[in-house]
Design a protein around this ligand. Structure first.
Ligand code: RB5
Length: 221
């Protein structure tokens, strides 16, 4: 199988170990770096090219390693067509492919030993995506989100970084963000200088037309 792999300094040693194991197992490995251990390097510089290759179909699967796997998974999932999962166990490594069509596995070089990492990578590579209608339906809903980035972003942008004057704190900014962030209604920072308001997610969906806001019966399958 053609497998891409990438790591920053936090995942470098584990990546080197996995490259050796993958090649010994007969896989065609494309190594996106880092090529050397550089304590100041940044995971996006290696994970983005891996994710882009995954999205364009030049790889069958991807392995992204950073210190925790968190940054790698956040980064890889920004590329449409990539379904990256942060994995710590054998079950999720296989089921993530079967049920969710995960195509990039993210692991932490500082959280996982090489034997366990090799076990989850093998489970990931051995699994195949389910074609069951319920799994394809969920995948379709997720894919629809990727096809509406402009509308969704516009809806979100309308509610972000909108400076207003607070008559009680005339020098304050009113920054709006999604519900659940710091910025619940009435939130103030320590000095009371910044006041943030939360929006209900449905407000953004209403104006952005997200498929998740539609009744289940009319969602695409
Ligand atoms: C790098 O020190 C570390 O922050 C990075 O590898 C990763 O763990 C981020 O999620």
């Amino acid at each position: 199988m053609r497998v891409g792999i990438a790591a920053d300094h936090g995942g470098f040693a584990l990546k080197e170990d996995l490259v050796g194991r993958l090649r010994a197992a007969g896989h065609d490995v494309v190594d996106f770096g880092a090529d050397t251990l550089a304590p100041d390097d940044d995971y996006p510089d290696f994970v983005i090219p891996l994710a882009q290759a995954m999205a364009t179909g030049t790889l069958e699967r991807g392995v992204a390693v950073c210190g925790s796997g968190v940054g790698a998974s956040i980064c890889a999932n920004k590329i449409p067509g990539v379904r990256a999962g942060l994995i710590h166990d054998h079950f999720s490594a296989g089921q993530g492919v079967e049920d969710d069509h995960m195509n990039v596995i993210c692991i932490g070089g500082r959280t996982m030993g090489s034997s366990v990492a090799w076990d989850v990578v093998q489970a990931f590579l051995a699994a195949e995506g389910s074609q069951a209608p319920r799994h394809l339906r969920r995948l379709s809903t997720v894919t629809l989100l990727e096809r509406q980035p402009t509308r969704t972003n516009r809806a979100n942008d309308r509610h972000r970084a909108r400076p207003t004057i607070d008559r009680h704190h005339p020098h304050a900014f009113d920054r709006r963000g999604p519900a659940g962030q710091i910025g619940a209604p009435g939130h103030t920072d320590g000095a009371g200088a910044v006041r943030l308001h939360a929006l209900e997610p449905r407000d953004a969906f209403r104006s952005g037309g997200s498929p998740l806001a539609q009744p289940r019966s009319v969602r695409a399958v």
